[in-house]
Design a protein around this ligand. Structure first.
Ligand code: ZN
Length: 612
């Protein structure tokens, strides 16, 4: 086996291993109506799941009260877990049936707090959640559960309404089943912060295991019973975790809520709990509160989508991933996305490095690019990042995209797109990876970071079509390529089936009219744009276009813009549709900043500021 093939095989094997160990639990939170503040709690529930690095989370939001529900049909079957944060209008019959089928077939469910009040008349729903309250439920809904004299009893007396609570109060939660995966290892009792203490939930109460109870004293508006707070229910092949805790956002900071919610969600989805008990778990006498970092409330605000118009790209989805401190990818890629969408019909999703604390674009924030799940439905990834070290839950989407063998455009610093410490799940993607030599850059794009070839900031780059590439449709109409960034060194020849398209002529200065250096730097000239292919995990052939040019100011060059737009056509198999002179006029204003290290004080732009 030739050495290069060997590397490809090892690389593919590593990619597949990485996916196998990081396969996430797919979770869906359902919200949209609730007498409680679902707009506040859903993002927190989502974050609590995501921070375990076990879940990928989608949200399905119903229409508002009284509106047409006929289109509300989430594909429950595509998920391992459904978190119910909903109480409101009835779902359409087909949606109800799909949900019941989902649970019957082994789907996991978390019934969170006031979801216990939803759907009083839907028989299967009440069987799935075990017990519920409000919605005019009374003794006809079934018995209530409580702990008396060392065991859980199903009580029918006294009759009366189902579901009430006194004023918010701190209370102790007592574990009644310490051998369940959710409660195993927890203290025998633990304090919760002031919250509503639900009393007398009634229902079919079949196949319910009460994991933990809390005493609701009469003088504080309670039932004077030990009320169930954490329960599990089995329904068909499905597992349900029911928590009565967590009235509003501030109650979700209580570790008594968050840790049991995270554990219960994992158990409902998988039947196991792999999460350790956190060090800050509350004691029998002292509650524990954890601050939850504020995030922009609606995740779509963290990136920008340009719906494509008419054009050859119609129906194709391009995901552009920015995130580099030096070359203004956060300015260049939104403009490239606008041109691709507005002039050529591609749907474009542009992602950014976002400071999670402020929601602002901040290229120095190397560990957060929200929205990478857009890659799951992408036809092309354009990546222009530098030295990122993303959490597994984000990185996973890039790795799965590459494993799928779909096409890739890599721009400039993408040769060193990732800098991931050894030992982390996706360390093989790092620019300095030893196992998969040179990481994503070398293995997929054709080169990793070597060094500056032209003098950085002193010698600009003239793009010259490579001998033999004159008839390649990607360079069509690209007579004038110039950029103030310098040429990068690459090792010659480039690996595999790489074909140089454009060579970088090092100029003696920073103006397009400056003379070429008469110097070994231009003999030979380095390729600055090439095509190649790579293999996905199943041996699929993916097209790659790499350019080591690129910056906000480089994108002012019409020839460079056309080169990128033509490359997009070629990557997605539309090379027959590459125009004689692709339309690359700017969409709206384009006034890029000079390249140079990003300063935090400039983090004043939000992703939505790039809306078209
Ligand atoms: Zn409540």
């Amino acid at each position: 086996m030739p050495l290069s093939r060997l590397w490809i095989s090892i690389g593919v094997w590593l990619v597949m291993t990485a996916i196998a160990t990081a396969a996430p639990i797919k979770a869906l939170i359902v919200d949209g109506q609730n007498a409680h503040n679902w707009k506040e709690t859903t993002p927190i529930l989502k974050q609590l799941l995501e921070e375990t690095d076990l879940f990928s989370v989608d949200v399905a939001t119903t229409p508002p009260k009284g509106k047409d529900f006929s289109q509300f049909r989430p594909t429950f079957a595509a998920y391992d877990l459904v978190v119910l944060n909903y109480q409101g209008d009835d779902w359409p019959e087909a949606t109800q049936k799909a949900f019941v089928d989902y649970v019957n077939n082994g789907g996991g469910v978390v019934c969170y707090h006031f979801a216990a009040a939803a759907f009083p008349k839907w028989r299967e729903y009440n069987q799935i959640i075990g017990v519920g309250g409000w919605g005019n439920r009374d003794e006809t809904a079934g018995p209530y559960l409580c702990w008396r004299e060392g065991k859980i009893v199903r009580a029918t007396e006294p009759p009366g309404k189902a579901g009430f609570h006194g004023p918010q109060q701190t209370f102790q939660v007592v574990v009644r089943d310490p051998d369940h995966p959710i409660t195993r290892g927890l203290p025998k009792a633990f304090m919760h912060t002031a919250d509503e203490l639900y009393c007398r939930l009634r229902g079919p109460a079949e196949n319910v295991t009460v994991l933990a109870t809390a005493f609701a004293p009469k003088q504080k508006g309670g039932s004077d019973e030990h009320e169930p707070m954490l329960m599990t229910i089995t329904y068909g092949k499905g597992r349900v975790f029911h928590t009565a805790l967590g009235h509003a956002g501030e109650h979700l900071k209580s570790v008594a809520f968050s840790a049991t919610f995270q554990r219960g969600a994992e158990w409902a989805a998988t039947g196991k709990v792999t999460q350790p008990v956190p060090a800050d778990f509350p004691s029998p006498n002292k509650a524990s509160v954890r601050q939850i970092t504020a995030k922009p409330s609606r995740s779509a605000d963290q990136w920008v989508v340009y719906e494509g118009g008419d054009g050859p790209g119609k129906g194709k989805h391009v995901v552009l991933v920015s995130g580099g401190e030096e070359y203004r990818s956060e300015q260049m890629l939104p403009q490239l996305g606008k041109i691709l969408a507005d002039r050529h019909g591609f749907k474009c999703t542009v992602l950014f490095a976002v400071d999670p604390a402020t929601g602002m674009i901040d290229p120095t924030c190397c560990s957060n690019i929200p929205g990478l799940e857009a890659l799951d439905s992408a036809d092309l990834m354009i990546i222009f990042t530098r030295f990122r070290d993303l959490p597994d839950r984000q990185m996973r989407h890039i790795v799965e995209y590459v494993a799928s063998g779909k096409p890739i455009v890599g721009i400039r610093t993408a040769t060193h797109a990732f800098n991931i410490p050894a030992g982390k799940t996706y360390a093989m993607y790092s620019f300095n990876s030893k196992d998969w030599k040179g990481g994503f850059g070398r293995q997929i794009l054709g080169e990793t970071w070597i060094r500056h070839h032209g003098s950085h900031g002193k010698e600009s780059t003239r793009g010259v079509v490579a001998p033999g590439a004159e008839n390649n449709p990607i360079v069509r109409g690209c007579e004038d390529i110039w950029g103030p960034t310098d040429v990068y060194t690459v090792r010659l020849p480039l690996p595999g089936d790489s074909k140089p398209l454009v060579l970088g002529q090092v100029l003696s200065g920073m103006k397009p009219t400056d003379k070429p250096l008469e110097d070994p730097k231009n003999d030979p000239m380095m390729p600055v744009a090439w095509t190649k292919t790579y293999q996905g995990a199943q041996g699929q052939t993916g097209r790659v276009f790499t350019t080591t040019m690129g910056s906000g100011p480089d994108f002012l060059s019409e020839g460079f813009r056309r080169l990128l737009v033509n490359a997009v056509y070629w990557c997605v198999g539309l090379e027959d549709k590459i125009p004689l002179r692709a339309e690359v006029g700017f969409v709206g204003r384009y006034e890029p900043s000079p390249f140079g290290y990003f300063e935090k004080k400039d983090a004043t732009v939000k992703p939505s500021d790039h809306a078209m």
